[in-house]
Structure formats: structure tokens, C-alpha cells
Design a protein around this ligand. Sequence first.
Ligand SMILES: [Zn+2]
Length: 71
Amino acid sequence: MAKVVNIHSGEEVVVEKVPMMECTICESLFDLEGEGGTTGFFGMLMVAFCPFCLSSVLDMANQMLEIEDEE
Ligand SMILES: [Zn+2]
């Protein structure tokens, strides 16, 4: 069960299951609650990343910031 907010009215709607999300990068459909991934905003653009693209984006950011894996 999840809360969904209507962005036009601000009303909260409780839904039993979050609908499948479309990944902003690869356009595949994914289950946010079951598979993971994330949603959020880049400035005013809503984005959704599937688990594979989220992992890849984080890995790329770590490489750009030169953060080493601590394993
Ligand atoms: Zn993706």
C-alpha cells in the first residue's frame, strides 16, 4: 500500500499497489516497490530510474567523484 499525491489538487490517495513506472533512461517498465529503483526530481523534471539504471548512475557518479569501493 502506498500514498499517492495528486500533484494538481494536493489530495492524498491511498492505493493498494503503485503502478509500474517507466524508467527515464531505458524506458523499461519496473515495479518500484518490488524491484527497487527510485523516483524524484531533477529540478522540475520528474525522473524514475529502474534498479539497473540507478545502479549504473551511482557507479558513474562514484567514478567521477573518485570514490573507492570499501570492500
Ligand atoms: Zn532503466
